[in-house]
Design a protein around this ligand. Structure first.
Ligand code: AMP
Length: 297
């Protein structure tokens, strides 16, 4: 039995930022999300890697995450990207779907009763397939520009069936064809989700329901090395906290947003999962407290 099922990529990334670069680094939307969720609850990953995926990464992940839903076939999904001085926007150089191209998600029996489902960034056709196989009580969806450009119709179908839509500001503008984020959020809410969270990179996150609004601050980080995976870490921390507390009230959702923001802020401090590997729940609680201070007036 797992608390949360996370569908997404488990990847090898080549990344360049103004502060350095890494090659063949552990990455992927499901990797960051599941690792971040694991601070609070047990998550199981539905994904695929290839035979080229290093055993050391599997050994590391399985200490914290259930990997029964991770297939091993063909070649691993690879993403190559870079950031310029505006680190809020990732620029993709190359996406190799490899084994994801023919991936047929299979849900292990013990995942089928999970109450929480995170459809992390992935092809919306696969998101739809998994959504139909798990009758979760609470579903969070994340996506990115590639899918908005190439699979918009399928993506809109998924959006209609989830409880929370997570996307960043650029994606919200692109998907709803408006520069105004309030309008974009309202358009998203009209499609079905009860909650919309618009992530604004280092500037925090906006949370909308049909009647309320919350604005989570960004954490004033002095040492940013690589923001890759911050969106996924945010989402994983968010759903992890909700799964742990089993409380979907709005005040608790606001707390989950701050826990997600705290983990994402740590993630940006180093490449790959290098920073997340070193933090503990005490570090997360400490940063949560700092967020409370920032917001007090
Ligand atoms: P984030 O920075 O949170 O948006 O996500 C970064 C991670 O997403 C990287 O580790 C990539 O391997 C992965 N990624 C990049 N492009 C895609 C894609 N098109 N679908 C799914 N995952 C992706």
């Amino acid at each position: 039995m797992v608390d949360i099922v996370i569908l997404g990529t488990v990847a090898l990334d080549n990344i360049k930022t103004p502060f350095g670069k890494v090659e063949n680094a552990l990455g992927g939307s499901a990797t960051y999300a599941a690792y971040s969720a694991s601070f609070f609850a047990k998550s199981g990953v539905v994904s695929i890697v290839g035979k080229d995926f290093p055993q050391e990464h599997l050994d590391f992940l399985k200490k914290k995450i259930d990997l029964e839903g991770l297939k091993r076939e063909g070649k691993t999904f690879r993403w190559e990207g870079y950031y310029e001085f505006d680190m809020n926007e990732a620029k993709t150089l190359n996406t190799c779907l490899n084994s994801l191209e023919t991936f047929k998600p299979e849900i292990p029996e013990k995942y089928k009763d999970a109450k929480y489902l995170f459809l992390a960034n992935l092809d919306p056709s696969l998101q739809l397939e998994v959504l139909e196989q798990i009758k979760a009580e609470f579903v969070v969806l994340d996506t990115m520009n590639l899918w908005i450009n190439h699979k918009k119709e399928e993506l809109l179908k998924v959006i209609k069936k989830v409880d929370v839509l997570l996307l960043n500001d650029g994606e919200a503008r692109q998907l709803f064809n408006t520069v105004n984020l309030v309008k974009a959020a309202n358009m998203a809410l009209k499609l079905g989700p009860k909650h919309v969270i618009i992530k604004k990179g280092e500037h925090g996150a906006l949370f909308f329901t049909d009647s309320t609004h919350f604005n989570a601050p960004g954490y004033p980080l002095e040492n940013i090395k690589d923001p890759t995976g911050c969106g996924d870490s945010f989402g994983g921390g968010f759903i992890g906290y909700l799964a742990k507390t089993k409380n979907l009230s709005e005040p608790n959702i606001r707390k989950a947003i701050i826990y997600g923001s705290a983990i994402a802020s740590y993630n940006a401090e180093d490449f790959s999962l290098n920073r997340l590997k070193k933090i503990t729940i005490e570090d997360i609680e400490k940063r949560y407290g700092e967020f409370e201070e920032i917001r007090r007036f």
